[in-house]
Design a binder for this molecule. Sequence first.
Ligand SMILES: NC(=O)c1ccc[n+]([C@@H]2O[C@H](COP(=O)([O-])OP(=O)(O)OC[C@H]3O[C@@H](n4cnc5c(N)ncnc54)[C@H](OP(=O)(O)O)[C@@H]3O)[C@@H](O)[C@H]2O)c1
Length: 200
Amino acid sequence: MNIGVVGSGTVGTILTQTFSRGENTIVLSHQGGAASLAPRRAEFAANVTFGEVAVALQQPLVIIAVPFTVAPTVLNQVADYQQRIVVDVTNQFTADFKKIDTRPLTGSEVIAKAAHNARVIKAFNTLPHELMNGRVDGPGQRVLFYAGDDRPAKKQFAELVKPLNFHPVNLGKLRHGGSVMQVGGGLGHTAFVQLDESLD
Ligand SMILES: NC(=O)c1ccc[n+]([C@@H]2O[C@H](COP(=O)([O-])OP(=O)(O)OC[C@H]3O[C@@H](n4cnc5c(N)ncnc54)[C@H](OP(=O)(O)O)[C@@H]3O)[C@@H](O)[C@H]2O)c1
C-alpha cells in the first residue's frame, strides 16, 4: 500500500521502518522539508522515499505522527481526504506533557474533525515506541489496539498490520475505543502479546 508518514521523530521513524517491512511504499515527511532527511537515508529501506508533508498527506493511507497540539493544523492542509485513511497515533499531551482535555470529544474525534472526509483509525498510541515494530521476544504477536468509525477501513488496516507480526484488536468506534486508548483511558503505555491457545 502507498503510505504517507507525517513526522520523522521517534514514532514516525519507527513506523516507517515497520511498514517498510511489508509490501508498502512509504513517503516520509517532516516539518523541516524532504531535503533535510537525506543524511538519514541509511536508516530506511529502498521502499521509503523522502517527500514534503503535502505529498505524504496525499497518500491512500496517512500516518499522522506529530504532536497532538499541531495535528489539526497539519491535517487541515487538505480540504478533502476523499475517504482516504488517516491513522492517528497521537497522545493528547502539551509540549511539557500535561494532559489536554478534549471533552466532550475524544482526542481521535478531534483529529477526525480536522481530517475532512477521511476515515480515521486510532492505533499505535498505546504502545511504548520501541514496541511499535511488532516484534516480540519469543512466540506470539504484538497486540495492537485500534478504533475507528468505518468498518471497511478498519478491516483494511487490520490486514495491513497482520503480516508485520501484530495481532489487531478492534476496540470499536473513536468515541469508546478512542476513550480507553487515549491518555488517561487505561490502556496507555501497555504491552500485550497474543499467544497461540496451545502455548502457555
Ligand atoms: N514517543 C513515544 O513513545 C510515543 C508513543 C505513542 C504515541 N506518541 C505520539 O506520537 C506523536 C509523535 O511523537 P514523537 O515522539 O515521534 O515526537 P517527536 O520525536 O517530537 O517528533 C515529532 C515530529 O513531528 C514533526 N512536526 C511537528 N510539527 C509539524 C508540522 N507543523 N508539520 C509537519 N511535521 C511536524 C516534527 O518535524 P521536525 O522533525 O521537522 O521537527 C517531528 O518530525 C505524538 O503525538 C505523540 O504523542 C509518542
